[in-house]
Design a protein around this ligand. Structure first.
Ligand code: ACO
Length: 418
């Protein structure tokens, strides 16, 4: 759609009701387009509009290839670790053995969170969503560490380490606090994923389970300019502190159109119930134009490469810890959907199998998105650094659709609603 660009600001037109039940403001009329100097193409959701240049991650949606800094994600998931991948994303190159050792050590040294933050979290309602708890906790780090010394390389390194180190501790702390327990301290003898599982479950972590969780973190660490990463870059572009950058991205990830689909996949599989119901359920859903959760992606026309890897990880888990009947259901749904939706390029995305993996790891459903946030913190920080490297504050234009200029009326002269 071609539209005129005013470059001006909008007037917000709230329309709540007064105590007497009458609208507090009439709905704005459809406004005539205002003539201006430039004509631009308006794309809702900025679909297909390049909003930045980035060297961090590339997606080939036709061939199903995802690379971080040029390395295919399947190689990283099989051979790297989450911390090594985070280092690669944030600093641009794979670390040397010494750089990795230092990074792992620094992260280990900064896993603990202040008792003040833990006490703050104890005041959060136990019924609150863990993503809201995480957003508030991540923002609170800015109270303790903000200097906004964005030209100081030491400050940048310290902020990266603190965020990568403390976000999992805060997710695990809220999980125990909401159950009425005190959070437990991180253990320095455990790896990143082992320690997270330990802090979450208070049990000695299983090595295979931790390795699979680590691979899941790699798969979720980065995915170019999606909504939360865009949010991170917009916030970064104001030169605020990195804790505000991550907190704003966490808030954006929390929405059901972005981070929450893996929870919905399990709800959907529960609704389908049994394998003999897969085809009739799918036919009804397609006829009703219902979206099949965990299927489809704006970027991919083939099966999401992360879904392929996650399926393998799920099978590894089932071999070790016993099968999950929901997995058979999921495979039957994938097979049935291929015949019905494959021609449109709709195949499983990253969320289709990740929920099954987390379920087998014994992780509560509402922690799936916070775990996504733990992983994506690496990507957000990579984009924060890249944004600072060539910063220009984001300030897009808009197409004004409100009233033309008009004159304020005293209360007694305003017409009453009929
Ligand atoms: N099930 C059935 N049909 C689908 C699905 C689906 N999951 N996804 C897309 N389609 C169909 C649409 O009905 C539409 O068909 P039509 O052209 O006949 O009307 C066509 O494919 C295009 O659909 P859009 O919604 O325009 O595709 P878009 O690229 O905007 O959507 C999205 C991508 C939002 C992921 C969509 O596929 C979807 O809603 N999937 C289900 C939710 C989901 O799994 N989200 C997680 C995504 S991964 C992530 O964010 C981490």
């Amino acid at each position: 759609m071609a539209a005129k660009n005013t470059g001006g600001s909008t007037a917000v037109q709230p329309n709540p009701e007064s105590a007497a039940g009458e609208p507090l403001a009439p709905p704005p009329p459809a406004a005539p387009a205002v003539a201006t100097e430039t004509t631009v193409s308006f794309r809702p959701g900025l679909e297909g509009v390049p909003a930045t240049q980035s060297a961090i991650c590339d997606i080939d949606g036709n061939r199903g290839i995802l690379t971080y800094r040029g390395y295919p994600v399947d190689q990283l998931a099989r051979q790297s670790s989450f911390l090594e991948t985070a280092y690669l994303l944030i600093w641009g190159e794979l670390p040397t053995i010494f750089q990795l050792r230092d990074f792992e050590h620094e992260v280990k040294m900064h896993r603990r969170v202040s008792f003040r933050i833990r006490d703050m979290m104890k005041c959060f309602p136990a019924s609150g969503h863990p993503m809201d708890a995480l957003q508030a906790s991540a923002a609170s780090l800015g109270l303790f560490y903000s200097r906004r010394a964005l030209n100081d390389p030491q400050y940048i390194v310290a902020a990266v380490v603190r965020l990568i180190a403390k976000i999992p501790t805060m997710v695990a702390a809220f999980q125990l606090i909401r159950k009425g327990q005190d959070p437990i301290q991180p253990r320095d003898d455990l790896t990143y994923a082992e320690n997270f599982l330990y802090m979450l479950t208070e049990q000695e972590p299983d090595r295979t389970a931790a390795r699979i969780l680590d691979a899941c973190l790699i798969l979720h660490a980065e995915h170019s300019l999606n909504a939360s990463t865009f949010s991170a870059r917009v916030t970064a572009s104001t030169l605020t502190d990195p804790y505000a950058v991550v907190a704003s991205a966490v808030g954006t990830l929390a929405g059901p159109l972005h981070g929450g689909a893996n929870e919905d996949v399990l709800d959907m599989l529960e609704e389908i119930g049994t394998i003999d119901q897969v085809e009739p359920w799918l036919d009804r859903a397609i006829a009703a134009k219902q979206k099949i959760m965990g299927f489809g992606h704006r970027e991919y026309r083939v099966k999401d490469p992360r879904a392929v890897i996650l399926q393998g990880l799920a099978e590894e888990l089932f071999t070790r810890f016993g099968t999950d009947p929901m997995y058979d259901l999921a495979r039957a749904l994938e097979a049935a959907a291929a015949g019905r939706l494959g021609a449109k390029g709709i195949y499983p995305n990253v969320d289709f199998y990740s929920g099954l993996v987390y379920r087998k790891l014994g992780i509560p459903r509402d922690l799936f998105t916070p775990i996504f946030a733990i992983a994506r913190t690496a990507g957000w920080l990579a984009h924060w650094r890249e944004q600072l490297g060539a910063n220009r504050i984001f300030r897009p234009s808009q197409i004004y659709t409100g009233y033309p200029e008009r004159t304020w009326l005293p209360l007694e002269q305003r017409p009453l609603p009929t």
